[in-house]
Write a protein that binds this ligand. Structure first.
Ligand SMILES: [Zn+2]
Length: 172
């Protein structure tokens, strides 16, 4: 199982790496390169502070993955192919410039189409993360892997349902 965290919120980066390490685990955190140290303005009235480069670099040095989550958090599937390429490539350049060696990409809102997946592959990424309310399987395209979403408001029973009961129901 991989634990992934979208957006690299300040609160996430202050606490999650340490909690994971205490449990012998590492996580993958997806930063929006043009907003690092600012706020998640794409959340509208729910905008929250985002971690700065120092926290991202510190997490990377402790063995966590810092991945590409575009430069401005758009719905990539709404953009023209050249704009998709720019979001992915410029974010990659921003990360490299700050010493972040990202190997994976996360589609904002899980929004993707064939051109977006191609842009991520062309940028050299080995792994791309979508959504889809199910766990990834080995037969999926590695540049568009499924994930089970866990939200702040989820209770433990709901999490257990998503991880264990729903997949079991689907298999029946
Ligand atoms: Zn996001």
């Amino acid at each position: 199982m991989c634990l992934t965290f979208d957006d690299a919120y300040l609160s996430t980066m202050l606490h999650a790496p340490e909690i994971l390490e205490r449990n012998g685990a590492r996580g993958a955190f997806y930063a929006v390169s043009g907003k690092v140290g600012g706020s998640s303005d794409w959340d509208g009235t729910a905008a929250r502070p985002l971690a700065g480069w120092d926290l991202l670099i510190d997490a990377q040095s402790r063995g966590h993955e810092i991945g590409n989550h575009t430069r401005s958090h758009p719905h990539l599937d709404d953009l023209a192919p050249e704009d998709q390429r720019r979001e992915v490539d410029e974010a990659h350049a921003d990360l490299v410039e700050h010493g972040i060696q990202s190997r994976s990409f996360c589609y904002p809102y899980g929004g993707l189409n064939d051109a977006a997946v191609e842009a991520v592959g062309l940028a050299g990424y080995q792994v791309g993360l979508a959504l889809r309310k199910k766990a990834a399987t080995t037969d999926e395209n590695r540049l568009a892997l499924s994930r089970v979403v866990v939200a702040f408001s989820d209770s433990l029973p709901l999490l257990l349902y998503r991880l264990h009961v729903r997949p079991w129901l689907r298999r029946r």
